[in-house]
Design a protein around this ligand. Structure first.
Ligand code: ADP
Ligand code: MG
Length: 439
């Protein structure tokens, strides 16, 4: 008993079970059936080799717990494996089978836990969403593939590394290793090239198991995201203004914004072009979360003002910044939305947004976006630099096309920067007044 494989999964299964192929990458579109297949493989390996250990790991333990453990593995076992054949150890996130085999679910984000996980030997290591890991983590995991286990006919288990991921840019280490079989550090062909195999999936491959709306929503994504998430192509965001933008890092599921976080709105006017209002909130570490958008063309400002008020509910804002159009600002004001003129310096604004996008040493960034902001996210992908020509250097001017949410975003970030500066100034002046030496 098990999954009824789609065609691509059947092909991929043949590779998984080829004994000469021991380093395997399934890369491809979102929900294309990669993880489901690998989970079945882990369970079958556990049942085939008594006393064997299989590791299923991804970068964060919390993500491993929700996506691998809760959503996928438990669902599979419930559906296909008789309950008396296994039990869960919830605190360890492991499954113990009646033949003493185990599947251990883990995260590689915490040094102590990683040491414990990698202190064990396995016959199967599965790295889920492997692009989020480092090349070193993968190499380390390979060294743990050293357990000896035998099936009932005394055949020794061939140790296997299996990875899956959605494609990223072609300069990613995993594209070198898993797709091209090249060492990303030396640029040489991998010495164990023959052991490697790769299967590229598209979401269409798993059509029979996906709701039709899901494929339609992938088809309507911005081009680069569509190629990656639907077709499974490794693509760079070349020429993008916000080239540090990364959906794995910056795009997060919505959560209720705590009431005490400071909030801000930013508005870019438009009638033929889109009118955009963005809502942002700042956590205790100063990180900005863009949590709501209003994005509409061909609507009167008066009507939009009411929509903004409805969406805002009882929230309070430290400020609302807007583009400079006097007439429009007056109309908002009539409806009770008081705005400040935005700082419209383009390159400085872009730089300020880029600074927030950059990862800090602790791995966190200064800005995050809720994943339901379709228009804003679509614009980030489309926001490109004009190419250099006789009158202009590279990266001097963005292409002015579908950049309305991008404008509102700059206004917001610039307004926050100004606030930060003035509050630093205030705290310096306070210390001048309180510390005698400075008088
Ligand atoms: N052979 C199958 N039979 C039934 N459902 C499947 C099958 N393969 C995948 N699915 C379902 O399709 C969805 C996406 O599969 P998943 O393996 O999570 O995709 P990926 O890992 O490529 O993002 C999941 O809901 C999964 O349960
Ligand atoms: Mg998956």
């Amino acid at each position: 008993m098990g999954l009824k494989f789609n065609k691509k999964q059947q092909y991929a299964w043949n590779i998984l079970t080829t004994s000469g192929k021991t380093r395997i990458l399934f890369d491809g579109g979102s929900r294309s059936g990669k993880t489901a297949l690998i989970v079945e493989y882990l369970v079958r390996r556990a049942l085939q080799y008594p006393g064997s250990r299989q590791l299923a790991a991804r970068k964060c333990r919390s993500h491993a717990k929700t996506s691998l453990w809760e959503d996928t593995i438990k669902g599979y076992l419930r559906k296909f494996i008789p309950a008396h054949l296994f039990r869960y150890n919830e605190s360890e996130l492991s499954i113990i089978f009646s033949n003493s085999s185990r599947i251990i679910i883990g995260g590689l984000d915490d040094a102590d836990r990683t040491e414990k996980i990698l202190g064990n030997e396995y016959i199967t290591v599965y790295l889920n969403e492997a692009t989020q890991l480092s090349y070193q983590s993968m190499q380390m995991a390979i060294t743990r593939l050293s357990q000896n286990a035998f099936d009932r006919k005394k055949r020794k288990a061939v140790p296997k590394l299996v990875m899956d991921c959605n494609p990223r840019g072609p300069r990613h280490w995993l594209h070198f290793v898993g797709v091209r079989h090249i060492d990303p550090e030396s640029g040489n062909v991998l010495p164990d090239k023959e052991k490697w195999a790769r299967v590229n999936f598209s979401a269409y491959d798993n059509k029979e198991n996906l709701p039709p709306e899901y494929l339609i929503s992938l088809e309507s994504l911005p081009q680069i995201m569509k190629e990656r998430m639907l077709s499974g192509v490794w693509r760079d965001n070349e020429g993008a203004v916000y080239d540090e933008f990364d959906e794995d890092t910056h795009v997060i599921p919505p959560f209720p914004i705590p009431e005490e976080w400071q909030k801000i709105r930013a508005i870019d006017f438009g009638y033929t072009n889109a009118f955009v209002c963005l809502w942002g909130a700042i956590d205790h570490d100063g990180r900005l979360y863009i949590y709501r958008e209003l994005y509409k063309s061909r609507e009167r400002t008066r009507v939009l003002a009411q929509e903004i008020k409805t969406l805002s509910g009882k929230e309070k804002y430290m400020t609302t910044v807007a583009d400079h159009d006097a007439q429009e600002r007056a109309e908002l004001e009539e409806a009770g939305i008081i705005t400040k003129g935005a700082d419209k310096k383009v390159i400085m604004g872009i730089q300020a947004v880029k600074n927030r996008l950059a990862k800090q040493e602790n791995g966190k960034c200064g800005i995050y976006f809720f994943n339901d902001l379709k228009n804003l996210l679509s614009e980030i992908y489309d926001y490109k630099w004009l190419p250099a020509d006789s009158s202009r250097n590279a990266k001097e001017e963005p292409l002015k096309l579908n950049d309305h949410a991008m404008d509102a975003l700059r206004y917001m970030v610039m307004a926050l920067e100004k606030k930060e500066k003035s509050s630093t100034f205030r705290s310096i002046t306070t210390s001048i007044h309180t510390d005698g030496r400075w008088k």
